[in-house]
Ligand binder design. Structure first.
Ligand SMILES: Cc1cc2nc3c(=O)[nH]c(=O)nc-3n(C[C@H](O)[C@H](O)[C@H](O)COP(=O)(O)OP(=O)(O)OC[C@H]3O[C@@H](n4cnc5c(N)ncnc54)[C@H](O)[C@@H]3O)c2cc1C
Length: 468
C-alpha cells in the first residue's frame, strides 16, 4: 500500500494548490480526483470557461455595437459561430487543466484518477475510473471536494432547457429567451454572455436587488448598466414553479405584492447558489462531522473534528471563491509543516466579471452601519477619467469607505472597466492598514482607471478630488 504524509481529495484550486504547497514543504503528497481532468469546478466548469465565453462574447459585442464609433467599418455582417466559440473555450480549459497536470508532475505529486472515499481516518479507498480499486494510507488528509450547483426543491434540472451553469457553458444554440433564476454572480455573468450574443435575458431574483451580498451602491449601478444593455431584471420575485412544455420553459413567480408573473422562454438557467459536495466521500467512516448545511465542519485552522483531517474551499464555510480555496490550501499545508499562517477573510476580494466589472473588498456601508462604525465615504465616477472617455467605458465608480477618526480604509467598492484587476490595489492597501490619505498621496499612472482609486481616496480623506 502506498503511504503518504498527506493525501488530498479533490483537485480544484483548493486541492491542487494545497498539493503543490505540501510538496514544496517536503511532504510526500497524493491527490485524488474523480474526473479525468484536473482543476475542479474552477478550471473545468467555472471561472475559466465562463471568462473565456465572456471574453469571446465581449469581442463580438464590441464589433457589432462599438467598432463603428471607433471608426472601424466591417463590410458585411458580423456573425457568431457558437460552435467555434464553445470549442475555443474548451481548448482554453484543456490547456489550463493540462497545466495543472504539469505542475503535479513537476512537484512529484502522485495523481490518482478515481473517487476517493474514507475507509477510516488514515486510509482512503480509491474507486478508479479504469474499474480497479486501490487503498492508500496518509498521515494527514485534506478534504477539498468542492461544490455542485444547487437548485430549488421544486425545480427539476433536465440539463437540456432547464439548466445549470455547467450546461450554460456548452449550449448548442443561442437561446431566443433565457430566463435566469438568481441575480448573483454566476447568473449575471452567463446571462451577459448570451445577452451579448443576442438572447433576450430576463433575470428573476428573490431578494430586492441583484448581487445582494455586495454593497447596495454596486447593485444599483450594475442594475442600471445591465438594463441599458437590455437585461430585464425582476427583483423581489419568488419563483414557485418551473415547467417544461416541449421546447418551452415556463417560469412562474410571485412579485412582492404576491401577484403571479409568468415568464416563457426557451431556456432557463437556474443559478441559485452552490451546495457543498461530499457525495460518496463516506466522511462518517473517518468520523468527520458535517454541519446542517452539509459543509465539512472546521475550526479556525481548517481542522475537522478528527485531528489529522482538514478541509478547505467550497466544501467548508465562507465565500465560494477559487482564490479563497487557494489561500486555504496554502494555509493547511503550512500548518502541517508546523508554520503559523493566517488568512484575513475580510480581505478576500469579491468580483463579478460582467462588463463593466464589479469588485469589492472589506466592509460594505450596511455592515459598517450595523456595527456602529463611524465612517467617511469618497466616491469618484469613472466618467470623469480621461482613460475611461478614451475607451468609452464611462459607467461605474470607485467608492472608498474610511474610518471617520483614523482614516483607515475599511472597504473599497468598484464598478467599471477592469476593476477586477484594480481591486488588488485596495487589497494591498488594506493588508498594510493604509489610510485613505496614504492612497491619495501615492502616484497613480495617468491616464489609467486606477486614478479613480486615488481620487476616491482624496474624497474620503477630506473631500478634495482633483478632477470633479
Ligand atoms: C460558472 C462559475 C463561475 C465561477 N467563476 C468564478 C470566478 O470567476 N472566480 C472565483 O473565484 N470563483 C469562481 N467560481 C467558483 C469557483 O469555481 C469555486 O469557488 C472553486 O472551484 C472552489 O474550489 P475547490 O477546490 O473548493 O472545489 P472544486 O473546484 O469544486 O473542486 C473539487 C474537486 O473535487 C473533486 N471531487 C469531489 N469529490 C471527490 C471524491 N470523493 N473523490 C475524488 N474527487 C472528488 C471534484 O470532481 C472536483 O474536481 C465559479 C463557479 C462557477 C460554477
Amino acid at each position: 500500500m502506498n503511504q503518504y504524509d498527506v493525501a488530498i481529495i479533490g483537485s480544484g484550486p483548493g486541492g491542487y494548490v494545497a498539493a503543490i504547497r505540501c510538496a514544496q514543504l517536503g511532504m510526500k503528497t497524493a491527490i485524488i480526483e474523480k474526473y479525468s481532468t484536473l482543476g475542479g469546478t474552477c478550471l473545468n466548469v467555472g471561472c475559466i470557461p465562463s471568462k473565456a465565453l465572456l471574453d469571446s462574447s465581449h469581442h463580438y459585442h464590441d464589433a457589432v455595437k462599438h467598432f463603428e464609433e471607433h471608426g472601424i467599418e466591417i463590410p458585411g455582417e458580423v456573425k457568431v459561430n457558437l460552435e467555434k466559440m464553445i470549442a475555443r473555450k474548451q481548448s482554453v480549459v484543456e490547456q489550463t487543466s493540462s497545466g495543472v497536470k504539469f505542475l503535479m508532475d513537476k512537484n512529484k505529486i502522485d495523481v490518482y484518477e478515481g473517487l476517493g472515499s474514507f475507509a477510516d481516518a488514515t486510509h482512503i479507498d480509491i474507486n478508479k475510473n479504469d474499474g480497479s480499486t486501490e487503498q492508500i494510507e496518509a498521515k494527514n488528509i485534506i478534504i477539498a471536494t468542492g461544490s455542485k450547483p444547487s437548485t430549488l426543491p421544486f425545480i427539476e434540472i433536465d440539463k437540456e432547457r432547464i439548466i445549470t451553469s455547467t450546461e450554460a457553458l456548452k449550449l448548442k444554440e443561442i437561446p431566443k429567451h433565457l430566463v435566469v433564476i438568481g441575480g448573483g454572480v454566476i447568473g449575471l455573468e452567463l446571462g451577459q454572455v448570451y445577452r451579448r450574443l443576442g438572447s433576450e435575458v430576463t433575470v428573476v431574483e428573490f431578494m430586492d436587488r441583484i448581487i445582494p451580498t455586495m454593497d447596495a451602491d454596486l447593485s444599483k449601478e450594475l442594475n442600471k448598466v445591465l438594463k441599458k444593455q437590455g437585461f430585464k431584471i425582476n427583483a423581489s420575485h419568488k419563483v414557485k414553479e418551473v415547467t417544461r412544455d416541449g421546447d418551452k420553459v415556463i417560469v412562474k413567480a410571485d412579485d412582492k405584492k404576491g401577484k403571479e408573473v409568468v415568464f416563457e422562454a426557451d431556456y432557463c438557467l437556474v443559478s441559485v447558489g452552490r451546495r457543498p459536495y461530499t457525495d460518496g466521500l463516506k466522511a462518517d467512516k473517518a468520523g468527520v462531522k458535517l454541519n446542517e448545511r452539509g459543509q465539512v465542519e472546521v475550526n479556525d485552522h481548517l481542522q475537522t473534528n478528527v485531528s489529522n483531517i482538514y478541509a478547505i474551499g467550497d466544501v467548508v464555510k465562507g465565500a465560494m471563491l477559487a482564490h479563497k480555496a487557494e489561500e486555504e490550501g496554502v494555509m493547511v499545508a503550512e500548518i502541517l509543516a508546523g508554520q503559523k499562517p493566517h488568512i484575513d477573510y475580510n480581505l478576500i476580494p469579491g468580483v463579478v466579471y460582467t462588463w463593466p466589472e464589479v469588485a469589492a473588498v472589506g466592509k460594505t456601508e450596511a455592515e459598517l452601519k450595523e456595527a456602529g462604525v463611524k465612517y467617511k465615504a469618497g466616491k469618484f465616477p469613472m466618467r470623469a477619467l480621461g482613460r475611461a472617455r478614451a475607451s468609452m467605458d464611462i459607467d461605474g465608480f470607485v467608492k472608498i469607505l474610511a474610518d471617520a477618526e483614523t482614516d483607515e480604509v475599511l472597504g473599497v467598492h468598484m464598478v467599471g472597466a477592469r476593476v477586477a484587476d484594480l481591486i488588488a490595489e485596495a487589497v494591498t492597501a488594506m493588508e498594510f492598514r493604509a489610510s485613505a490619505e496614504d492612497i491619495s498621496r501615492m502616484s497613480h499612472a495617468h491616464p489609467t482607471y486606477a486614478e479613480a482609486v486615488k481620487e476616491a481616496a482624496l474624497m474620503a480623506t477630506d473631500n478634495r478630488p482633483l478632477h470633479v
